[in-house]
Design a protein around this ligand. Sequence first.
Ligand code: ACO
Length: 384
Amino acid sequence: MGCEFAGEMKYARGLEGVTAAITSIACIDGEEGKLIYRGIPIEQMAEYSTFEETAYLLWFGKLPTAKELEDLKEKLVKERALSDDIIDHMRKFPKDADPMDVLRTAVSLLGMTDPEVKNPNREVNIRHSIKMTAKIPTIISAYHRLRNGKDPIPPRNDLSHAANFLYMLLGEVPDPQIERIMDIALILHAEHGMNASTFAAMVTASTLSDLYSAVVSAIGTLKGPLHGGANTRVLYMLEEIGSLENVEKYVLDALKEHRKIMGFGHRVYKAYDPRARILKRYAKELSEKKGDTLWYRMGEEIERIMIREVGKKGIFPNVDFYSGMVYHHMGIPRDLFTPIFALSRVVGWTAHILEYLEANRIFRPRAIYNGPIDVEYTPIEKRQ
Ligand code: ACO
């Protein structure tokens, strides 16, 4: 019989080391701790680019000309607003819902009400990528306002993607330093190869389902604490530790008890995640600006002890370790950190789908069967 038995097939737990696609979008050198977007080192993107330009690069494979960038910005701005219908639905969402569940549901609503969703092609898929990228910041900020009994703040069309999001969320146009740091955080989170949420999005898209459905799959996947949900949990951990003096005991106890330290470790990076290095700088800058450096100093101490204890196993800070501190010092509530990750990563998800659909093949792996065979069906009245 044609079952898939152990010993006859290769099996990689968690698909470790399995190659699932060919891509020219991004490359991670996990041993050296390097990341490139379309060949450009992430450090240069963080230094010189913007989120909008990064989105163009990831979607279309090259840096835009001035005109191409203006066109894309215009399209993104035009798509920022949510219809009254969507806002009305969101008013009925529970006030204590997890914002990732809200985001997943609202993106699903967007898909259900998009007239183009039934006839996807590359042009339509690009439009959907732009729409979701434009509207996700509005969804997150609108829900945050609604759960606090306030009306959503409509988007402004004269602000950058980063500044407009902070404006809609917090009610004030951010100062240029905060705007730039948010922009950099968005650049750093926009893409990261074949991670779990990107793969989930691609599996859905490979069935020729629509892009909204694929992004809904990705949001559900990003939510988990082993993936994007770690950034929120880093702050809970800092709160639980409470002081600089408690750090060493907390970390050593956690390692002894085989508990994970959130914001550390990575399937691909066995060196310092280059995004964490950049975010660390801004976590320091912002905590000094706010005159509240305790969590940053605790973070440094956790890092020092973790590297001393498990650095030789290739466990270093990942992107989630310092991003939470950055957002915290911007005045953003911690349950929005993972939605902010999605706000940026939607670009990577959709870029990979656009690329994969050019030569699509449905994802359909196999599993080794280790259950019984030749079992006879037992009628219900004879079952114990
Ligand atoms: N703290 C302590 N030990 C760790 C950590 C950690 N954060 N991460 C890995 N390890 C240890 C494991 O206990 C295991 O040790 P062992 O071999 O002695 O049993 C070894 O390193 C390998 O760990 P796995 O969990 O098998 O590694 P995997 O590649 O499957 O997982 C993951 C990677 C999920 C990121 C893991 O490192 C983890 O859970 N980290 C904490 C959560 C986190 O920060 N997630 C965000 C990742 S970045 C992102 O998704 C945006």
